[in-house]
Ligand binder design. Structure first.
Ligand code: GLV
Length: 321
């Protein structure tokens, strides 16, 4: 039996759409490109559920356009800074995200960026593709080794822990900062030491960001934070762009005050600070943290399961916490 209109703002695997179609009438965009705000507003009237991505900004305006039947917004992402969670909740709308299912894929990508920037993989590939002359030489394109170095994890949640686990396998020492201490069992497993944030910045050889984007973490890595880092250190960001002041980062990298950066996310996506594009000591990827077939399928399935649960009158499986 149909439980109403389900607006799906992006392409989802067919099997997941089938599962949603069993409980409601689907609206899906005609084009795979992100929906413009006006298109979303035009699509939602009468919606009982919205399956969203981080491209969609959803708060009072969208909820007003949807009307009082809106029961759930299911974000196909672990981050939910695109949603006004309080506004939605205060209207009785369930808000869910997709935690857990993208942990390993995101940590893989973060560690890939770390390897890419410390071992100069992108730079080496650019050299070859430019058909520039080269030969094996003992001093040619030397990078930075990881064994014995210190990884500073900012936010030792699921993804931060998965990153730390990878670092341990590479012989790195793990320190972390965060609002809360991790459980003792996690600290023991990762041999991770909790330090104040500034202490992490000052002592880590690689700082990797895994905190959510909130009002408190906006520009957490600003000019002052970058000045605290070692000149030989690397910064990895796979969480949300605005956690880093991108202009300040470009200044630090351009002026040689930081060894390099690996970035999957950007302050004004899809735009990238032009100075970063010109720097060889920056490894870049276009927001690919969770971009594997397996992970994106699991994320979409979890969002659909949340919608089904709520439209069936059951509690959501993964409400935003
Ligand atoms: C991706 O960035 C996510 O939050 O899932």
């Amino acid at each position: 039996m149909s439980r109403g209109r389900i607006v799906v703002t992006a392409e989802l695997p067919g099997t997941v759409l089938d599962s949603l179609a069993e409980v409601g009438e689907l609206w899906v965009p005609a084009e795979p490109a992100p929906l413009a705000a006006a298109e979303l507003l035009a699509a939602v009237p009468g919606a009982r559920a919205i399956v969203s991505t981080l491209n969609d900004r959803i708060g009072d305006e969208v909820a007003d356009a949807a009307g009082s039947g809106l029961a759930i917004v299911a974000n196909v992402a672990v981050g939910h800074d695109n949603l006004d969670v309080e506004a939605l909740r205060s209207r009785g709308v369930a808000v869910t995200n997709a935690p857990g299912v993208l942990t390993e894929a995101t940590a893989d990508l973060a560690f890939g960026l770390l390897l890419s920037v410390t071992r100069r993989l992108g730079e080496g590939e650019r050299l070859l593709r430019a058909r520039r002359p080269w030969s094996f030489d003992l001093g040619f394109m030397l990078g930075t080794g990881l064994t014995g170095k210190r990884l500073g994890v900012v936010g030792l949640g699921r993804i931060g822990q998965a990153m730390a686990r990878r670092a341990l396998a590479f012989g790195m020492e793990v320190v972390y900062s965060g609002r809360r201490r991790a459980p003792l069992a996690v600290e023991r497993e990762l041999r991770a030491t909790h330090l104040p944030f500034r202490q992490v910045l000052r002592t880590a050889d690689v700082v990797t960001l895994h905190c959510p984007l909130t009002a408190q973490t906006h520009h957490l890595i600003d000019a002052a934070a970058l000045a605290d880092m070692k000149r030989s250190a690397f910064l990895i960001n796979t969480t949300r762009g605005p956690v880093v002041d991108e202009a300040a980062l470009a200044d630090a990298l351009t002026e040689g005050r930081l060894a390099g950066a690996g970035l999957d996310v950007f302050e004004h996506e899809p735009a990238v600070e032009p100075r970063l594009l010109g720097l060889d000591n920056v490894a870049l990827s276009p927001h690919l943290g969770s971009a594997t077939v397996e992970t994106r399928t699991a994320m979409a399935r979890l969002a659909a399961d949340n919608v089904r649960a709520v439209l069936d009158g059951r509690p959501p499986l993964t409400p935003v916490s």
